[in-house]
Design a protein around this ligand. Structure first.
Ligand code: MOS
Length: 730
């Protein structure tokens, strides 16, 4: 192992810098037509009349598809266990922005212009768009991310009676939207009853499965290709309506069809983080020991299906407390269905829990880190299992030192810088270490280069870089001799790039395939009288930097030379690797500590964040550069969550009124101060053969709480509704 851990450059970097990386919408096929979605303009009702004549008369228009003429699908648009899609199968409108027609033309401009000529009349029904009013009808979902919606342990009432301090606080977080640089895009092409999709997706194999089921095709008649994704964040973890609509339009028309969503269309029909209200109850002894924890979650979903936001799952696991309850409830609104959004559950859950812990520390007159250490969970309190590894104490220690926590005067409003109020806050970060079954193939060519493949995805996170490193080390080749391919259902199957599990799942398969080839090489060498490793015991053969020889002896010969003497053969290996029962014996999570310094203008209420320090125990970093980058990216999103991001829904028509990058404020460079990310060394022999925990999502967790806690420290004001905009501090 010699390249794993290094800050290697991305092999795909030059392609991206030069603009030659082909994203889904960059695939141009001969005869390709351009499709655009027509969306509903009211939140609930039925389509009485939809007139496409005006659109069909427009220049370049090839087809208009509505619910009156769209092909009937065997599945009625509902593929088992996946999203309920809007595939023009009936006249029902369930949210504002729902796809109700597709216009296809020779050029995108023509399609956009023609879409404006569509005439739609509705029979409006009274929508339910008010979180407060819908509260009465809240109900428990069947499950939350596969777990029971409610949990209880010990005797919470007794715990509270024995406590010296008790607090109850309600935290609310708004609907948020994914804003990847690359919007959703699909190119669909049919040939002899077979469908090829170029789609921006977090799972090519999942997209194939859902699209095939929805269209009533065998899976082997669908191929999904996705070499690059310009950001997914969970939004591209599901197949949404436009993907299947593009396939339907292409089949009807007999031409390839490209369908790209515009930025505004990203706010409605493709999922988002739901608005959530969380109630925390904490009771503690005077020494800080938690005697009771209660966490009730109320989240919005659509009328189409339950999206079960899992914000209280983190509370079941994070602190040692014998007496605890959690509940999850949903309320239905006439909105598009929410979905995964970076650390779904943990990002909002840690905001509420870690804000409440800060409030408790203040009540108890205790240092916030000391309170957390007092309640540190040495074993997983929910499952009663040891952690496969946990470096949280170290994260608090290293973070506090690096940040300069000791300089914090604990009294609110006690610190100033210039004319500004200065505040320091901290919070715990955590995210589960998931892993799924994955497969990979490796081929060593006679010229000494290797091609390694897995049907995984690179969301911009660095999968190409990390897998090239893992493969090179396993094969004993230099990085420059290894090429890694992904993003195609023709390749060995890999799981969804979601749940921060790509490296943990795919790397073991890549490594196993590489090691298999190395074993084949060693066998060849041992049996070859002309090899410098001839007759040497297998354990004494060295394969390194593309050369084979004896351990402890310099030189050896190149892999090419060995293969040349064996007929210039290609060596091939396939691996299919699944996690074992270690997941039943250990609780597996990444942990971290986030520290934020804020400056608040006392006259204007403006919050600036000059510095954030995040320290994480996430196992081994496969690529130090992409890993630190990703953790920092998560922190940037946490900053947006804390201070600027909120989707504003028109209370009358349910449309997101700030659905574009000009009005929905994601942090830009000017908003981001210093971000320092450190990973503490952590050896985890159980989590997977690489010892790497996921890093895609933990970065956002804890950040909003750390900033909110710092704002309280700076101002004495506790803001319990994100984002912390200036009006809430005046
Ligand atoms: Mo991530 S929200 O699990 O794609």
């Amino acid at each position: 192992m010699n390249t794993v851990g290094q800050p290697a450059d991305r092999p795909d970097g030059p392609l991206k810098v030069c603009g030659t990386a082909r994203y889904a919408g960059d695939f141009r096929l001969p005869g390709m037509a351009e499709a655009v979605l027509v969306q509903s303009t009211l939140p609930r009702g039925r389509i009485l009349r939809i007139d496409r004549a005006g659109a069909l008369d427009m220049p370049g228009v090839a087809a208009v598809m509505t619910h009156l003429d769209a092909p009937r699908l065997p599945s009625k648009g509902r593929a088992a266990k996946d999203r309920v899609l809007s595939l023009l199968q009936d006249d029902r409108v369930a949210y504002n922005g729902q796809p109700i027609a597709v216009v296809v033309a020779d050029t995108r401009d023509q399609a956009v212009a023609a879409a404006r000529e569509m005439v739609v009349e509705y029979r409006a029904e009274t929508p339910m768009l008010d979180f407060e009013a819908a509260r009465r009808s809240a109900y428990p979902p069947e499950s939350v991310q596969g777990k029971e919606p409610d949990s209880e342990r010990g005797d919470p009432a007794a715990g509270r009676r024995g406590a010296a301090s008790y607090l109850r606080a309600v935290y609310s977080t708004p609907a948020e939207y994914h804003n990847p640089m690359e919007p959703h895009a699909t190119v669909a092409a049919w040939e002899n009853g077979r469908l090829t999709l170029y789609d921006s997706t977090q799972q090519v194999s999942g997209a194939r499965k859902v699209v095939a089921a929805t269209l009533g095709l065998d899976e082997d008649r669908v191929r999904v290709i996705c070499p690059f994704v310009g950001g997914g964040f969970g939004g591209k973890g599901s197949v949404w309506s436009h993907v299947v609509l593009a396939a339907m339009a292409a089949r009807e028309l007999g031409r390839p069809v490209r369908l790209v969503l515009d930025r505004t269309q990203m706010y409605g029909p493709v999922g988002n983080r739901p608005a959530i209200e969380q109630t925390l109850e904490l009771a503690a002894r005077s020494d800080g020991a938690l005697r009771m924890v209660g966490h009730d979650v109320l989240a919005e979903t659509s009328t189409l299906e339950d999206w079960d936001e899992s914000s209280a799952l983190v509370t079941r696991m994070l602190y040692a407390c014998d007496n605890l309850w959690t509940t999850h409830r949903l309320l239905r609104l006439d909105i598009g269905t929410p979905t995964f959004q970076r650390a779904p559950g943990e990002s909002t859950g840690t905001y509420a829990l870690e804000s409440a812990m800060d409030e408790l520390a203040w009540e108890l007159n205790m240092d916030p880190i000391a309170l957390r250490l007092r309640n540190h969970a040495d074993v997983d309190p929910e499952r009663g299992l040891p952690f496969s590894s946990k470096s949280l104490r170290e994260c608090y220690r290293v973070g506090a030192e690096r940040f300069g926590w000791a300089a914090r005067d604990p009294r609110p409003r006690s610190m100033r810088r210039g004319g500004l109020l200065s505040g320091m806050g901290m919070a715990t970060a955590t995210y589960p270490a998931h892993r799924s079954r994955a497969s990979a193939r490796a081929r060593l060519m006679p010229d000494g280069t290797a091609l390694v493949q897995s049907g995984s995805q690179d969301l911009g996170t660095g999968t190409y870089a990390a897998m090239t490193q893992v493969a090179a080390d396993a094969l004993g080749l230099p990085l420059s001799q290894v090429r890694f391919e992904l993003g195609d259902t023709e390749l060995p199957k890999a799981p969804i790039s979601g749940g921060s599990q790509t490296v943990a799942s795919v790397a073991p398969a890549v490594r196993a395939a590489g090691l298999d080839i190395r074993r084949q090489l060693i066998e060849l060498a041992i049996g070859d009288p002309r090899s410098p490793a001839h007759g040497v015991p297998a354990g004494q053969v060295r394969v390194e930097d593309g050369r084979i020889g004896r351990r402890g002896h310099a030189g050896g010969e190149t892999v090419q030379a060995l293969l040349a003497r064996h007929g210039g053969r290609m060596l091939e290996a396939n691996a299919d690797v699944a996690p074992g029962d270690e997941r039943k014996r250990y609780s597996m999570h990444g942990f971290g500590a986030v520290f934020a310094h804020v400056l608040v203008d006392p006259d204007l209420g403006e919050v600036r964040v000059p510095r954030i320090v995040g320290v994480y125990g996430v196992g081994r970093l496969v690529n130090e550069k992409t890993a630190i980058n990703q953790l920092a990216g998560g922190i940037v999103w946490g900053l947006g969550m804390a201070l600027t991001e909120a989707a504003l829904r028109d209370p009358h028509d349910g449309r997101c009124v700030n659905g574009d990058l000009a009005q929905y404020h994601v942090p830009v460079n000017a908003d981001v101060g210093g971000i320092e990310v450190l990973a503490v060394p952590e050896d985890d022999p159980h989590v997977n053969p690489l010892g790497a925990k996921g890093i895609g999502e933990i970065g956002i967790t804890g950040v909003a709480a750390a900033i909110a806690n710092a704002v309280h420290h700076a101002t004495g004001r506790r803001v319990r509704a994100l984002p912390i905009t200036p009006d809430k501090l005046l």
